[in-house]
Write a protein that binds this ligand. Structure first.
Ligand code: UD1
Ligand code: CA
Length: 461
């Protein structure tokens, strides 16, 4: 078995995207396109992967870090020129190189393996991966000779009227003998119309001395190139349908699945129900019998079994088993809610943890707090964690009852079995077992209304 190297071309600007971000970093279901590709290569038998970077290379390098090797293409002179930029790393290697564009996020791992196997079994020096599109516009056309062999790839804009009618297109994926590749890359001539070196020219350059074969992909959508924001939306739709279908076949119930978006790496256990307008992305995990949605967004969240999240946002946070969140709650920045909690209407929890059976049913802010079990936050009670300069911590023990509209001014420790009277502004620690009242005594002035506001008319008898 020859060694296989991955070569991903991702140096282009992505002019057609009309966005600031370099195209291959652009997210599809909140995950950068390039990550789909590198993740796939990591799962195949590829020895090492070289990513060609150039335009705003720091953005891509920040995403991929040291998962790959980098080759730099300082000037974007075309795909042939981009591939040649990897010469310092790959040129002397024996084996085959698997070339992929960095804008093709949908290709599945199974297909990747099949392509590599086919190349080897056919004994090709170059395997061109193609597909058939009803609307082949903007893709390079596969031109075959009278015997059906691939003779050339012609770019859309360079096609004759006849060639434009060809529906078999170049996917931009090739498997090629590495030594032969770098030999021919050096002989590619500049395309005069575009002023670029086309990688596609390797076909015509290799056809007489090497064995060229093709692999035609049936599921053509997997090979779509993402060139503009419209194709981003199409890629997202395909991916969403595919992901949702797999979850539903695995026992996840989805109500109106066309309004539900689940990211590529999300794990959902069977028995989960998801209601409309829900998005779950990042490295989220949803455990069995949880109920999610409607109108809910979860990113990098873990929702434990039987928890219920309605009309709410959960970012980088954990929700314990049997806990209910929402409607209209916001958990963020490492909120870790324990089991059997209730986090209700308009409650925000940031960087805080709670034990079991704790409740904040209405209008609370819990920030930078460590909260125990059986704690009840009354309506409107909040941790005052920010003094305008620094953030401070609040520690609340077990079995604590916090009345309505209580301000807990941090740093503050409230020990176990404490009761805080409604309306208190608590600024010093509260010892175990006590009742804390921190508000002015109430004064009731008798006859105020009639004496001051509405004096009685004088009796002038
Ligand atoms: C390319 C192919 C076309 C194929 C299509 C499939 C060429 C000349 N054309 O066209 O036959 O049908 O992909 O999607 O190869 N890149 C660089 N450096 C450059 C230019 C591009 O690294 O100087 C990278 C881009 O970042 C991109 C990939 O190469 O990830 C493909 O470039 P793109 O401009 O998208 O090529 P297409 O016009 O789509
Ligand atoms: Ca493209």
């Amino acid at each position: 078995m020859p060694k296989t190297y991955g070569l991903v071309l991702a140096a282009g600007k992505g002019t057609r995207m009309k966005t600031e971000m370099p195209k291959c970093a652009y997210p599809i279901l909140k995950k950068p396109m390039i990550e789909y590709i590198v993740e796939k290569l990591e799962k195949t038998k590829i020895e090492e992967t070289v990513v060609v970077v150039g335009h705003r290379k720091e953005v891509l390098m920040d995403i991929l870090k040291d998962r790959v090797h980098y080759a730099e293409q300082t000037e974007q002179l075309g795909t042939g020129h981009a591939a040649l930029s990897a010469a310092p790393i790959l040129e002397d290697k024996e084996g085959v190189t698997f070339i992929l564009p960095g804008d093709m996020p949908l290709m599945e791992i199974k297909l990747t393996d099949k392509i590599l196997k086919a190349h080897e079994e056919m004994g090709n020096d170059l395997t061109v991966v193609s597909m058939v599109f009803d609307n082949p516009k903007s893709y390079g056309r596969i031109v075959r000779d009278q015997y059906g062999s691939i003779a050339a790839i012609v770019e859309d804009k360079d096609c004759t009227g006849e060639q434009k009618k060809i529906q078999e297109v170049n996917s931009g994926v090739y498997v090629v003998n590495n030594k032969a590749l770098f030999k021919v890359l050096r002989t590619i001539k500049k395309n005069e119309r575009k002023g670029e070196y086309y990688l596609t020219d390797i076909v015509a350059l290799m056809r007489h001395d090497y064995k060229i074969g093709s692999f035609v992909v049936r599921d053509a959508y997997q090979m779509m190139g993402v060139n503009d924001l419209y194709s981003v939306s199409i890629a997202e739709r395909y991916l969403r349908d595919e992901i949702n279908r797999n979850h539903m076949l695995n026992g996840v119930e989805m109500v109106s699945p066309n309004t539900i978006t689940i990211g590529h790496n999300v794990i959902i256990e069977p028995g989960v129900t998801i209601y409309p307008n829900t998005t779950i992305t990042g490295d989220s995990v949803i455990r069995e019998h949880a109920i999610i949605g409607p109108n809910t967004e979860i990113h990098n969240g873990r929702i434990d079994e039987h928890a219920e999240i309605k009309h709410s946002l959960v970012y980088d946070s954990i929700v314990g088993a049997y806990t209910s969140v929402g409607p209209f709650a916001h958990l963020r920045n490492h909120a870790e809610i324990g089991a059997h909690n209730r986090i209700g209407n308009f409650v925000e929890v940031k960087k805080s943890s709670t034990g079991t059976n704790t409740k904040a049913a209405h209008l609370s802010y819990i920030g930078d707090a460590e909260v125990g079990s059986n704690v009840n936050f009354g309506c409107g009670s909040i941790t005052v964690n920010y003094d305008g300069v620094n953030k401070h911590k609040t520690k609340i023990g077990d079995d604590v009852f916090i009345g309505c509209n209580v301000n807990m001014v941090a740093p503050l420790t409230i020990e176990n079995e404490v009761f805080i009277a409604a309306g208190s502004t608590v600024t010093t620690d509260v010892p175990k077992g006590s009742l804390s009242i921190a508000r002015n005594h109430q004064i009731n002035k008798a006859d105020y209304y009639h004496n001051l506001i509405k004096p009685k008319p004088k009796d002038d008898k």
